[in-house]
Design a binder for this molecule. Structure first.
Ligand SMILES: Cc1cc2nc3c(=O)[nH]c(=O)nc-3n(C[C@H](O)[C@H](O)[C@H](O)COP(=O)(O)OP(=O)(O)OC[C@H]3O[C@@H](n4cnc5c(N)ncnc54)[C@H](O)[C@@H]3O)c2cc1C
Length: 463
């Protein structure tokens, strides 16, 4: 039998790529560093409970992926309605923001000031272009200075550790959620701009953080979808290697010849006919032996991911939060979820909360579990959401590659890395980490599917 294609990483992208390669008749080994599949979407089993990173909701408008997931899940796929609240200036706002909610809860002076500032920046934006476009110039032009400062400036700095001016405009387009009121203002602005200067009209569609299609969950969260994909991969004849970390990629010129694994304290070489990478692209680039060129290595060094420490709390109360997701600006965590809103199977009388602390792995909170738990618990107690005596268990889990950071100039570095992959004859890269792109699960799956198709065609060109 010929050497298998090795898929690196068993998150949504890797699971989908592995299944697709098997459907195309290729031998496949899927290797995963953790002892479970799913990556960010896989959830964590702790003390008999399933905690999720997020948690994850499944949604897609791709009919093929929706049909596939529905076939895998059958009646276990449950429709879900999410609710979101944001605490801001001492008030709770529903998200997306509604005009009456904002008008009633924000001071009238702030609303008037914001409207005047929006009009001024809108008019200025028509006449003067920013010398260097970055996320700050884009957000100011779209929202005016007052709304920009109110909603984005400090918040972005606090959550991401970097000011908006250090982010590429792509960050504003892909990462900033839109509020209804700002949509209305922006639609008016776009219409006016089209009238005044059609050539310079600002495209706004890309600014919407898209949650597409109906929302779905399961009794075990997204992890059940990942487990079903893994079962299906194995049923189709694929080999799954868990607790197997990729530590090297051997190449002979433009061909990847073997994947070096570390598993159970031992190293081994797995000969391969090709690879689909879904590991962080900047880390994968550094695994090649012999190394790729200096340009690729320096591009790899310039890309950064934002990490997240998740603090899970089991609380003796059936429900704690009034919405499934709540966002806070002045606490150690910026988002917290209550899994009782997600149809999860929970121990009666208890719920699971998951708070998210964004950080850099160099920050103390990344390695200090006590600090992470204490920061979250004291904030929740101060917010009168829980009492300390209600906490049954606490767990800390982490994601080092939670969010790709679109800092200024990242596009050029990413292009260098993607070009380095395409220069190889038998390698593809896919997924949120593999393409350094802020995407949701269904897009990661689509990327895995397309990478598998491209590699299969390269390895077995049509006669
Ligand atoms: C907090 C949060 C909430 C989110 N919520 C949603 C949501 O509600 N809905 C939604 O659709 N999307 C959501 N997303 C996005 C979603 O998580 C991703 O799009 C998707 O999981 C990416 O899958 P992936 O396979 O590309 O990457 P990953 O899931 O990161 O998979 C990469 C895999 O590679 C493995 N790996 C890494 N290094 C090695 C190595 N050296 N050797 C072997 N294996 C290795 C990892 O363990 C991991 O399993 C959310 C993301 C975050 C961070």
């Amino acid at each position: 039998m010929s050497a298998p294609v090795v898929v690196l990483g068993a998150g949504c992208a890797g699971l989908y790529a592995g299944r697709r390669l098997r459907e195309r008749g290729l031998p496949v080994v899927l290797v995963e560093a953790e002892d479970r599949v799913g990556g960010l979407a896989g959830g964590v089993r702790l003390g008999g409970d399933v905690y999720e990173y997020g948690p994850h909701i499944f949604h897609t408008t791709d009919p093929e992926i929706l049909k596939d997931v529905q076939a895998l899940m059958g009646p276990d796929l449950l429709p879900y309605e999410r609710t979101i609240q944001i605490k801001f200036l001492g008030n709770y706002f529903k998200f997306p923001l509604s005009v009456p909610d904002v008008l009633l809860k924000l001071p009238i002076a702030t609303v008037l000031h914001a409207a005047a500032s929006f009009a001024w920046h809108f008019a200025k934006g028509l006449l003067v272009s920013a010398p260097v476009e970055n996320a700050e110039t884009v957000l100011r032009r779209c929202y005016g200075d007052v709304l920009y400062r109110l909603f984005f400036k400090d918040y972005i700095q606090r959550v991401w550790g970097v000011p908006p001016a250090a982010f590429s405009p792509a960050f504003a387009r892909e990462r900033i959620p839109r509020f209804n009121i700002l949509d209305i203002l922006d639609q008016l602005a776009t219409k006016a701009k089209n009238l005044v200067s059609p050539r310079r009209a600002l495209k706004t569609a890309g600014f919407v953080e898209k949650v597409e299609g109906r929302l779905w969950t399961t009794r075990k969260g997204f992890s059940l979808i990942c487990e079903r994909m893994a079962e299906d991969f194995q049923k189709k004849g694929g080999t799954l290697r868990l607790s197997a970390r990729v530590v090297g990629l051997k190449r002979d010129g433009r061909r990847v010849t073997a994947v070096e694994l570390e598993s159970g304290g031992r190293r081994e070489l797995l000969p391969c006919s090709g690879v689909v990478n879904t590991l962080a692209i900047n880390e994968a680039i550094n695994l090649f032996e012999p190394p790729l060129d200096a340009a690729a290595q320096s591009a790899a060094a310039s890309l950064r991911y934002c990490a997240v420490v998740f603090v899970g709390l089991k609380v003796r109360r059936p429900k704690v939060l009034r919405a499934s997701f709540m966002y806070f600006r002045e606490h150690s965590f910026n988002r917290i979820t209550d899994l009782s809103h997600f149809s999860f199977a929970l121990e009666p009388g208890t719920t699971l909360l998951v708070a998210e602390i964004t950080c850099d792995p160099k920050d103390a909170v990344w390695s200090d579990q006590t600090l992470a738990v204490e920061s979250v618990v004291s904030d929740l107690v101060r917010e009168s959401l829980i009492a300390r005596e209600e906490i049954v268990q606490t767990h800390v889990f982490r994601a080092r590659h939670a969010f790709p950071m679109y800092t200024l100039g990242y596009e050029a570095a990413l292009k260098t890395l993607l070009d380095a992959f395409s220069a190889l004859d038998n390698a593809e890269t896919a997924g949120r980490q593999g393409r350094f792109q802020y995407v949701n699960t269904h897009v990661a799956m689509k990327m895995g599917r397309e990478a598998a198709d491209r590699l299969a065609s390269r390895l077995r060109p049509a006669a």
